[in-house]
Design a protein around this ligand. Structure first.
Ligand SMILES: *Cc1c(COP(=O)(O)O)cnc(C)c1O
Length: 356
């Protein structure tokens, strides 16, 4: 409900609808009763409870990495990771369309940043070859699912490139964790990759898991280095233990109730079919993120407002979040949508785009 008007949201990242799952809500309430509301301090002081520790162990087991480390937000995880691993004189290679937190991570680290063409491994290779890197660290960062476009990075090719050039590969699976792969384990499961091929894995908990926070998974050495070096880990209050408890519950639900993921996948397929039948100009995304590029900022805002009048919440995404001239409606699908919701949205979009 927005300003007293009921609307159907098509722009949330709560892909599996777990933010309102009764068991997840109850786990949070029980967590508050056990641990209180706030964690009281940073992880390295006394903010790290049994609940945080259990969640870290469960995330490591679920993703198949030796260890996982919690952060209060994904933005902070990406800043902390870069700052812990690279410094002035080192190199960071980034996809042009990486999430702002990866770009900012590169900037705060002080390393030299090279941005390669979107999802273009040859361009990344060129950038690595052109850099003078004797004795320096090379870190390649990529979104696994690009947050404003919904396309999936060519992680297998990036893994090969990084191995060949002795660079570290880090993928940010914020939009793939819980949604990609047969059982929602994310981009590695989607591509059938081994953990050793992607030595640094990061995902957020505020999207498909429906809670808040993030984690980085990797080797014991990686995690120890981050604990010692990442200022966004050391100098901030730990996430509330109740959030960790709710997240543990979400993780169990993902493993025990496959219907949420199958509903989401059915809805993605149904939306794409409806768009194809009516010639709506969607992109070639296979994920829950289905942008419609409008181009002009004003038109994107206008359609978003008209959609709102007709009962749909789809915010317009404009520069600098996306490149100039690519303002868009970033439609996201959820396990909770019904086929009627999707039919109504596509019909309304068709009317509005025809009028334009
Ligand atoms: C949402 C997002 C983040 C930031 O995560 P928060 O927990 O919201 O701070 C980082 N990377 C990507 C790709 C994201 O989509």
């Amino acid at each position: 409900m927005v300003d007293g008007k009921n609307v159907i949201s098509f722009c949330s990242n709560d892909y599996l609808g777990l933010a309102n799952h009764p068991q997840v809500k109850q786990a949070m309430i029980d967590g508050v009763n056990t641990y209180g509301v706030g964690s009281g301090s940073a992880h390295l002081v006394n903010g790290h409870s049994r609940s945080h520790h259990q969640l870290e162990e469960e995330l490591a087991e679920f993703t198949g990495y030796p260890r996982a480390l919690l952060f209060s937000t994904g933005y902070m995880a990406n800043l902390g990771l870069c700052q812990a691993l690279v410094k002035k004189g080192d190199y960071v290679f980034e996809d042009r369309l990486n999430h702002a937190s990866l770009i900012d991570g590169g900037l705060v680290s002080g390393a030299r940043i090279q941005r390669y063409l979107h999802n273009d491994v040859a361009s990344a290779e060129q950038k690595i070859k052109n850099s003078n890197h004797t004795g320096t660290v090379k870190l390649l960062l990529s979104d696994a699912v690009f947050s404003m476009d919904g396309d999936i990075a060519n992680v297998p090719a990036l893994a090969k490139l990084c191995k060949k050039t002795n660079s570290w590969l880090m993928v940010d699976d914020a939009h793939g964790f819980g949604t990609l792969g047969e059982t929602g384990k994310g981009c590695l499961q989607h591509f059938n990759l081994k953990n050793t091929e992607v030595p640094i894995y990061m995902a957020t908990l505020g999207k498909a898991l429906g809670t808040a926070g993030a984690f980085i998974a990797g080797s014991d050495e990686l995690i120890e280095t981050i604990i010692q070096q990442a200022r966004t880990y050391i100098y901030t209050t730990a996430m509330p233990a109740a959030i960790a408890e709710a997240t543990r519950c979400s993780l169990r639900i993902i493993q025990n109730e496959s219907r949420h993921l199958s509903n989401l996948n059915d809805n993605i397929a149904y939306f794409k079919r409806c768009c194809a039948q009516s010639d709506l100009p969607i992109e070639h995304s296979e994920t829950a993120i289905q942008p419609i590029i409008i181009g002009n900022d004003y038109s994107a805002l206008q359609i978003s407002q008209d959609l709102f009048e007709r009962g749909f919440l789809v915010t317009a995404i404009r520069p600098p979040t996306v490149p100039e001239g690519t303002s868009r409606l970033r439609i996201t699908l959820s396990a909770k949508h019904t086929s009627e919701h999707i039919d109504q949205l596509v019909d309304t979009l068709n009317q509005l785009i025809d009028q334009m």
